[in-house]
Design a binder for this molecule. Structure first.
Ligand SMILES: Cc1cc2nc3c(=O)[nH]c(=O)nc-3n(C[C@H](O)[C@H](O)[C@H](O)COP(=O)(O)O)c2cc1C
Length: 472
């Protein structure tokens, strides 16, 4: 049982996935440089780095907590959100009524426990200058907290949201809140502002891996991320509540409490982001910090992003794998979906379609654009079920041999886009490109007979393979 961040670090150590850097390093650029180098070298199986000797701070810094896809599989491999949902929506397919009850029970049992906060075991900090916050890239506007769990409650229905949104340190007691317009935290700030009220915000930095991963998972709005963490962990999350600040995990290393005023904005960025570019500065909400607590021997976690490939690519690939059965559940035209990391998870998407009727590939692409954070996707390519959509060579072949641009490429104007997409004329508002790279039928207006792909009879092929074995 991984009960907190230290237990998680022990677990990584036991798997030889933790490297301790004992040399003195600075929080400006140096930690990024080593982390970025390590992530790029090992891609799917990067090591977590622990910097035990950080210039000017007693607190160690850890980076790449989720750099290894093996770790993610071990943590979450046996839990399937899709199975749980399937067992409720499609009990016959998932194993009958017993399975439905099991799924429903898992949902109910995962409700977080809430206790009142006690400062025992914590020390109160005077300001953010006591935390080893990183400045990652040379032209960053300053230091950014990059792995915070930001917790808010809705004024409309009281529901809780937890998301990982970077926080730019403006000074010791104020930060920027980079929650993108469509994300849970921003929606709660919007609801508060409509009432002219301040929004109370709590931030947890460093907790067990299930809480962090849940906060980073694009769950539907209204689903409590800590309940989801409880299901994934197999035991309920314990939260602690300090007065009227939103609750945070009881095992948090660092807790920040504060508030966001309704009409206050400050320029946030530039920040060297996972796009490989610096973000364009934009106005952002401002967090005023009332209190900061840190465990007596707290560990400070940070995530380094930059030109792909980094930790976010490992997290993104795993999450897509993890969540994709849900997509087929919502739209059975979609057999598979792949977001190549270099397409930044928000910009390029390949789908494999079960094509049974004219226009089904388009139906499938439209539905992707309506699904939560997949609505950020800028370009979708739909392909038939004979294409391995994870193989870029096959994807290009499908595009070359199945796309007639005038007929098969659609541009949809005036749509929401990722706020990080600097190509859009205006922030968070742009267009989509849908490419139908499936074989066309007469029902779709194709006036000729679509040619067959080339292949040899199995017997002839088997003989050829045997002969080739001898020649090799
Ligand atoms: C390391 C890391 C940094 C992130 N930074 C941001 C960010 O600055 N702003 C943002 O809107 N999303 C950011 N995300 C993505 C969100 O955490 C993710 O979209 C999550 O689903 C948001 O929660 P929500 O759906 O409850 O809003 C980041 C994710 C990771 C893993």
């Amino acid at each position: 049982m991984i009960k907190d961040l230290r237990a998680y670090l022990d677990y990584l150590r036991s798997k030889s996935r933790l490297a301790v850097v004992k040399d003195e390093v600075g929080t400006e650029l140096e930690i990024t440089a080593l982390t970025d180098t390590a992530n790029r070298a090992r891609k799917y199986d990067s090591k977590t780095l622990m910097f035990s000797n950080v210039q000017g701070y007693d607190m160690p810094v850890v980076t790449s907590l989720f750099g290894s896809s093996n770790t993610l599989s071990e943590l979450l491999g046996s839990f399937s959100i899709s199975d749980t949902v399937m067992s409720i929506l499609h009990p016959q397919q998932a194993g009958g009524a017993g399975s439905m009850l099991k799924g429903a029970k898992a949902f109910i049992d995962s409700k977080p426990k809430v206790e009142s906060f006690s400062a025992n075991g914590y020390r109160k900090l005077g300001g953010l200058d006591e935390l080893p916050v990183l400045k990652s890239w040379p032209n960053d506007a300053g230091k950014f907290i990059t792995l915070p769990i930001v917790v808010t409650n809705s004024y409309d229905d009281g529901s809780l949201n937890a998301g990982v949104y970077r926080m730019q340190v403006f000074d010791d007691v104020t930060t920027g809140m980079h929650w993108q317009a469509q994300k849970g935290g921003a929606l709660h700030a919007y609801e508060a502002a409509k009432r002219g009220k301040a929004l109370k915000v709590s931030v947890a930095i460093g907790t067990d891996p299930f809480n962090i991963l849940s906060a980073a998972t694009p769950l539907p709005q209204g689903i409590n991320e800590f309940a989801f963490a409880g299901m994934a962990r197999g035991s309920r999350t314990t939260l602690v509540k300090d007065g009227d600040y939103p609750p945070v995990p009881a095992n948090s290393e660092i807790i920040i409490n504060g508030y966001v005023e309704p009409d206050e904005r400050r320029m946030e960025g530039p920040f060297g982001d996972h796009t490989g570019y610096y973000s364009i500065p934009e106005p952002a909400n401002v967090l005023h910090i009332d209190k900061i607590y840190a465990k007596k021997d707290a560990v400070y976690p940070a995530s380094v992003v930059g030109f792909p490939w980094n930790e976010d690519a490992v997290i993104g690939l795993f999450m897509m794998q993890y969540l994709k059965p849900m997509i087929s559940l919502v739209n059975d035209s979609i057999i598979d979906i792949y977001l190549p990391p270099e397409g930044l998870f928000t910009d390029v998407c390949f789908i494999k379609v079960k094509k049974r009727f004219p226009g089904e590939a388009k139906k499938a692409m439209f539905s992707v654009l309506g699904l939560g954070q997949l609505s950020f996707i800028k370009m979708i390519v739909a392909m038939d079920d004979d294409i391995d959509i994870t193989d870029l060579g096959r994807v290009l072949w499908a595009m070359a041999t199945r796309v007639e641009p005038e007929r098969d490429v659609q541009i949809i104007k005036g749509t929401p886009t990722d706020t990080l997409d600097h190509t859009a004329n205006t922030v968070a508002y742009g267009s989509k490109m849908l490419i139908d790279a499936t074989k066309k039928s007469r029902g779709e207006g194709y006036g000729r007979d679509w040619p067959d792909t080339i292949s040899l009879p199995k017997g002839v092929m088997d003989d050829a393979v045997k002969r080739w074995q001898k020649l090799k």
